[in-house]
Every structure is written in structure tokens, then in C-alpha cells.
Design a protein around this ligand. Structure first.
Ligand SMILES: C[S@@+](CC[C@H](N)C(=O)[O-])C[C@H]1O[C@@H](n2cnc3c(N)ncnc32)[C@H](O)[C@@H]1O
Length: 350
């Protein structure tokens, strides 16, 4: 067992302590996921509460909950206002079930058993350059979520829709759709971004393309009987077998980073095959050399690798990828947030 030296292995050496702390940062993921599972943020109201009161509200052992609260508060998730009494902070409020941005759902996914399993084999993914998911689960991440862990699948869709609602505003502000009659969102999830775009432009038509189960749960405004249904087509499909969608502008938000370059080039070619000449293809992704938050961008880069064999990319890597897929690279613009618009056009047939 680790003795006291494990807590302070080389006293006085800042670098050593920093590395030690980083090595055990998995404990922070575990603590945040535990807080989300225990629904601690919902149990604590606007007034501070003692650990004892919280423990009885969430059905936990008071002493153990004290250990958890101490670790969380050390990172600004809850705050100890007096001994054994905790209050909300800006961060802990984000873990409430009704908070915007879907951070609770993200926290549950970040520490889900499948996530621990894949992260534990990161070295293997680095050796092979491939996702470890198929070896572990015999299928891809999305097939697994949809077929074997539907609860987590729903959580994923919910996390995407909620976090997407925040970035959709910035993307819709930055995206110039003049000259576009129909916009298609490929892998558009429940249609959060598409809805934001249709709400902004009265004459605009939209197509939402995603897996059948996801499209079936599209935002009610886009489904039959919804306010925007007459301007929106829902297309269920699998981009590996075809993308039968005609539009002037194709959006792929948070999609291309799930793929390695070979897959990305293949799927973009599939998309272009059906698209009219001159159609715009706009990827919405973070850009590694333009990000202001490299700590999370570089971790996402690894998560894409280990979970799906994908990757985040630099500006020049996006340019090469789009060119390799036979598209004409047009440029990259920021949205003010992490997302960038990486734009290309479908060339006229030779
Ligand atoms: C990372 S999510 C992005 C969702 C949305 N664009 C956003 O930014 O919130 C990827 C999306 O791709 C969809 N997807 C995954 N595999 C797919 C496939 N083979 N064909 C079509 N859609 C797929 C997922 O269902 C999911 O909605």
C-alpha cells in the first residue's frame, strides 16, 4: 500500500509534485462523476448545508461524503464555508440537472465504465493509431451506446443537444447563409443547430441527417406538427452507406474529429457525390493551432483517438484533408468560442 510518501514523494520539488498530482488527476474525474451520480448539486439548495444533511439527502455515508466534498471543493466544485458545511460555486451549479450546457450529462459520460476501460488502453491506441473500442466491445462507440447501453446513448444525445445549444448561437451568428436555400446538418444529432438556423432565417429550409434512433428523437419543433416541420426534412441514415441529401450548404459539427484522415476523406467524398457543384461544406470543429483552451482540446484529441480512431486537427491539416477529399478549401473563421468554421466547396464535375 502507498504510505505517506505517496502524498508527497519528493518534498520541495515542484515539478515532482506537479507530475504526481497530474498522475492522480483521474481521481478528479471520478469525484465529479460521483457527484453527478449522487445528484449532490440538486440536493444542495441556495443555502449552505452540512455534510450530514447532504449525506442524508443523497443516501450516503456522512464521513465518506465529507472526503468527497473536500476533494471537490479543492477544485472549486462546491466551497467549504465553515467546517463540514458546503455551499454552491459557479462550477458546482453547472452539475444541476436543469443547468444549461449539459455538463452533468458530460460528467456522467466522462466517468462511465466504458470511458475508464478505453482510457486504460491509451498506450495501445498510440502504438496502433487505432481506437481500442472494437477490441474491447466488438463494435464501434455509437453502435455500442445505441445497442448495449441505451441509457448512456440517450445521455450522450442529451449532452450533445444541451452543450450544442450554447455553441449553436455562436455558430449561427458567425455563419453567413446568404445565398443558401437549403442547409443540411450531417450528424446533426437532435437538430439543435439546425433549429437555431431555421429560427433565424424565415425562408431557409433544412435537412437533419443522423442515425435512425437519433433522428426519431429530434427536437419536437422539427418533427411532424412542430413549428418548423414544414421547412425541415428528417433523413435517417448511415454515412458509411450513403448521404442521400441535396443542399446548398452542408454542415458537419463535431463530426470530422471522430474520423481518421482516410475515413474523413471517404465520407466527405460520399457527401460530395450527391451534392450540387458549388455547394458549401462547412466543418465546425476546434482548431488545434487556434484554440485558447489547449488543456481540453489536447485531451479531446486523445479521446477521439482512443474512442474512435479520430483526431482534432490544425488549420493546415484541415486544409490538406479537404483537398484530399476533392473539395476546394476556402478558409477558416472563428466563432468567438472554441468552434471554428472550416469551409470548402464542391467543385464542378470535370
Ligand atoms: C459528436 S456527435 C455531434 C452531434 C452534433 N453535430 C453536435 O455538434 O452536437 C456525432 C453525431 O454523429 C452521429 N453519427 C454517428 N455515427 C453516424 C453514422 N454512421 N451515420 C450518421 N450519423 C452518425 C451521432 O448520432 C451523433 O449525433
Amino acid at each position: 500500500m502507498a504510505g505517506p510518501d505517496a502524498a508527497d514523494p519528493t518534498p520541495g520539488t515542484e515539478a515532482s509534485l506537479r507530475l504526481h498530482s497530474l498522475s492522480y488527476s483521474l481521481g478528479i474525474t471520478a469525484a465529479i462523476t460521483a457527484a453527478a451520480r449522487l445528484e449532490l448539486a440538486d440536493a444542495l439548495g441556495d443555502q449552505p448545508a452540512s455534510v450530514r444533511v447532504l449525506a442524508s439527502a443523497v443516501g450516503a455515508d456522512a464521513e465518506a461524503l465529507g472526503q468527497l466534498m473536500r476533494a471537490l471543493a479543492c477544485h472549486g466544485v462546491f466551497e467549504e464555508t465553515e467546517e463540514g458545511v458546503y455551499a454552491h460555486t459557479e462550477l458546482s451549479r453547472l452539475l444541476r440537472a436543469d443547468a444549461p450546457a449539459g455538463r452533468r450529462a458530460m460528467a456522467l459520460l466522462a466517468g462511465a465504465p466504458f470511458a475508464w476501460n478505453i482510457w486504460s488502453r491509451l498506450d495501445e491506441a498510440v502504438r496502433t493509431g487505432r481506437s481500442v473500442f472494437p477490441d474491447l466491445y466488438g463494435t464501434t462507440l455509437f453502435a455500442h451506446l445505441h445497442e448495449s447501453e441505451p441509457e448512456l446513448g440517450r445521455l450522450f444525445d442529451q449532452a450533445m443537444a444541451k452543450s450544442g445549444a450554447v455553441s449553436a448561437v455562436a455558430v449561427a451568428d458567425a455563419l453567413d447563409l446568404s445565398g443558401t436555400g437549403t442547409v443540411a446538418d450531417i450528424g446533426g444529432g437532435r437538430g439543435t443547430l439546425l433549429k437555431a438556423l431555421l429560427e433565424r432565417r424565415a425562408g431557409l429550409r433544412g435537412v437533419l441527417f443522423d442515425l435512425e434512433r437519433v433522428v426519431a428523437g429530434a427536437d419536437p419543433a422539427l418533427r411532424a406538427g412542430g413549428d418548423l416541420a414544414d421547412r425541415c426534412e428528417l433523413v435517417a441514415g448511415d454515412w458509411n452507406t450513403g448521404i442521400p441529401v441535396k443542399a446548398d450548404t452542408y454542415l458537419l459539427k463535431g463530426v470530422v474529429h471522430m474520423w481518421n484522415d482516410d475515413t474523413a476523406a471517404d465520407v466527405l467524398r460520399t457527401l460530395a457525390r450527391n451534392a450540387p457543384a458549388g455547394a458549401r461544406v462547412v466543418l465546425v470543429e476546434q482548431v488545434l493551432d487556434a484554440t485558447r483552451t489547449p488543456e481540453i482540446a489536447t485531451v479531446m484529441n486523445l479521446l477521439m483517438l482512443v474512442s474512435q480512431g479520430g483526431r482534432e486537427r490544425t488549420s493546415s491539416e484541415f486544409r490538406s484533408l479537404l483537398t484530399r477529399a476533392g473539395l476546394e478549401f476556402r478558409g477558416i473563421t472563428g466563432t468567438g468560442g472554441a468552434a471554428h468554421l472550416i469551409e470548402a466547396a464542391v467543385p464542378a464535375a470535370p
